[in-house]
Write a protein that binds this ligand. Structure first.
Ligand code: ZN
Length: 94
């Protein structure tokens, strides 16, 4: 399997608007991602604004491997893609 597939899946999450910013606090962003493959149908995930990773970094079934192997799941990558776009838009709005 190509290592690129996790990035393609992350791009798909963005394209299909399955990611929502649910909270924006002083030091972190919180997201919810629609994920039909998960038991609850959604994923909750947060990203620290200083670039750090919160444990567990994602509630998906791959979350347990993260931190052990330095692995990023599609949800983490989707959050970063989302934030990259948001930060750029906010910069342009200034
Ligand atoms: Zn995940």
């Amino acid at each position: 399997m190509s290592g690129l597939s996790v990035f393609k899946k992350a791009v798909k999450i963005i394209e299909e608007n399955r990611i929502r910013l649910t909270d924006n606090v002083e030091n972190a962003w919180y997201f919810e991602i629609d994920e039909p493959n998960e038991i609850e149908g959604k994923i909750e995930i947060s990203v620290r604004k200083n670039g750090g990773i919160r444990a567990p970094p994602c509630s998906c079934k791959y979350g347990i491997y993260q931190g052990i192997k330095g692995y990023m799941c599609r949800h983490q990558i989707a959050c970063l893609l989302y934030l990259g776009k948001k930060v750029k838009e906010e910069d342009e709005a200034k």
